[in-house]
Design a binder for this molecule. Sequence first.
Ligand code: ZN
Length: 267
Amino acid sequence: MAVVLAVVVLGSALWLALRSPRVLRVTFLDVGQGDAVLIQTPGGKTALVDAGRGSPVAELRRLGVREIDLLVASHAHADHIGGMDDVLEAFRVRAFMDNSLPHTTQTYARLMNAVESERDMTYLRAEPRTVTLGSASIEVLPLPGPSSNQNNRSVALVVRYGDFSVFLSGDSETGQLRFMTRRGATPDVTILKAPHHGSANGFTHEFLAAVRPELVVVSVGRNAYGHPSEAAISAFEAAAANVIRTDEAGTVTVAGRRNGLFEVERR
Ligand SMILES: [Zn+2]
């Protein structure tokens, strides 16, 4: 009897192991026109890069978020930081990173008030460094100088989990993309979040040839700026096997394995 039970238990453990391989989940939240990218390691560590214009808290709870190890504001525009004070209020956040370029809006002031009221949160400067997030790591790329505009000083990150990697760079435009390409700060990655919502100024052919994504995710909603542009979408389609848009697909989760393979999941 005990032997039979042991075999059954072992069998179901094996089945579970095969059914749920250890994956890094990267979720591009459908926040309308804006960005919010959630990173969840197999060991339960969590990072959030941008928080959309409205509050993403309910969606984050649905996705299983209880606390946030690293919160990043790529730059100070409202479609990236508008929901961030709500995030700080709702969750314990251990570390915060931004592009250290102040902005004159009330949205930015509201976020800074929320950041300053967090007593035990660490401030991490966005400078070339690697931040450990459980079994994943987040490489922070060099930033152009403080004379750049907000978009061209977006915090740029490469999230790595073994051979699986994701390139995130907020709303960087051609100026910052050229800066990174010139410096060789554009490694070959698995997945690219389209810079600047697929704007016509959110790509260069040199940048795409360097990062060589297999999948491009365009985080975009209804907008008056013409995002995404046809030129950007054709360039992404030429560079990558797949292009997914959050305005068409809704929230998109990519589950990446250490060997570099990944699946797009419904959650
Ligand atoms: Zn934006």
